[in-house]
Design a protein around this ligand. Structure first.
Ligand SMILES: Cc1cc2nc3c(=O)[nH]c(=O)nc-3n(C[C@H](O)[C@H](O)[C@H](O)COP(=O)(O)OP(=O)(O)OC[C@H]3O[C@@H](n4cnc5c(N)ncnc54)[C@H](O)[C@@H]3O)c2cc1C
Length: 286
């Protein structure tokens, strides 16, 4: 299907926000275009303007602050995977970004686009959630900072307004003693969407007991989840193999209770349990 739209490429963030203020309702923001082009081609989106934000210099960097790292929303996966600070500080996120699509997709796809698309199976969301990710969202005269968990409210659904632009993703680095991991189950190694994915970060205390753990699982509910209730219950316990097996099953049960039984539950329940067990082993045993 061929549709007509006007292509706009603002030269500054202010200009971009001004266009969104005037025409947000009839515009589609284009970053890497890997998701947007599909909806334009299928005709599921028919915007009057396509607003290319991919070259906005103001949001094309990684910034280290005292306790936080800010990632420009329009940096591509390939740029981030090659960034020493990102690789060193967020190995689980780096691993997840390396799983996205193919090299061609990673060369243009962005974290901002992955968040705004809000797929339940998005690779980058669980490893951002374990770093208490916040998203900076700007419009012409205001800025809001939203927790990633609050921003995504369902499958392909979020609280972004038509005149808003995701500008920065703000992550809290884990302590250097914490280990992080990301794993996914998919049909193939590349160009396949995660059927279940999980990111875990944690550390043991001097006695070998769990001192901190953060767990996020995706592709199991309308939106990726942080499993905080289970995280809290693990503190102070010894991560022995039997306990890790039970924790995998506990998390799978917790998720099924949360989302209800579906036709995929028979497959997903053991898949979640198995994946979580492997992640817990990466973090607490290997
Ligand atoms: C072949 C193929 C394979 C893929 N494989 C994977 C995969 O393995 N894992 C995975 O997670 N994803 C995958 N994807 C999906 C896609 O690549 C990602 O979601 C990507 O991160 C989207 O980023 P983008 O910059 O291309 O977004 P775009 O396509 O430019 O935009 C996506 C949506 O977000 C909006 N948007 C973009 N940037 C902003 C912003 N800064 N502020 C507000 N709204 C914005 C757009 O208007 C649009 O609605 C795949 C896609 C394809 C085509």
């Amino acid at each position: 299907m061929r549709i007509k739209f006007k292509y706009l490429r603002p030269h500054s963030l202010d200009e971009c926000l001004a266009v969104l203020a005037a025409h947000g309702d009839e515009s589609a923001i284009l970053a890497g275009g890997t998701d947007l082009m599909i909806s334009l081609r299928s005709g599921s989106r028919i915007p009057r303007y396509v607003l290319d934000v991919s070259r906005l210099a103001e949001i094309r960097s990684v910034e280290q602050h005292a306790e936080l790292i800010k990632i420009g929303a329009i940096l591509t996966y390939s740029e981030l995977i090659a960034h020493p600070l990102i690789v060193k500080t967020f190995p689980a996120l780096s691993a997840a970004m390396s799983c996205v699509g193919s090299l061609q997709i990673r060369n243009v796809g962005t974290l901002g686009g992955n968040i705004a698309n809000s797929s339940p199976a998005a690779d980058s969301i669980p490893p951002m959630m374990i770093h208490d990710a916040q998203v900076m969202i700007q419009r012409a005269n205001s800025v809001r900072i939203e927790k990633l968990e609050r921003l995504i409210v369902g499958a392909y659904s979020n609280t972004l307004e038509p005149d808003e632009l995701i500008t920065w993703i703000i992550l809290k680095p884990a302590e250097s003693v914490c280990k992080q991991t990301y794993r996914r189950i998919a049909r193939r190694r590349s160009l396949s969407i995660a059927r279940v994915n999980a990111a875990i970060c944690g550390k043991l205390d001097a006695s070998g007991l769990i001192a901190d753990v953060k767990i996020s699982v995706g592709s199991v509910a309308p939106a990726p989840l942080r499993i905080k209730k289970v995280e809290d219950s693990l503190i102070g316990l010894k991560p022995e193999p039997k306990f890790i097996q039970e924790t995998g099953e506990l998390i799978a049960r917790h998720i099924v209770d949360l989302v209800g039984t579906r036709h995929s539950t028979e497959y997903k329940r053991p898949a979640i349990a198995g994946l979580v067990v492997k992640c817990l082993e990466d973090v607490f045993i290997d």
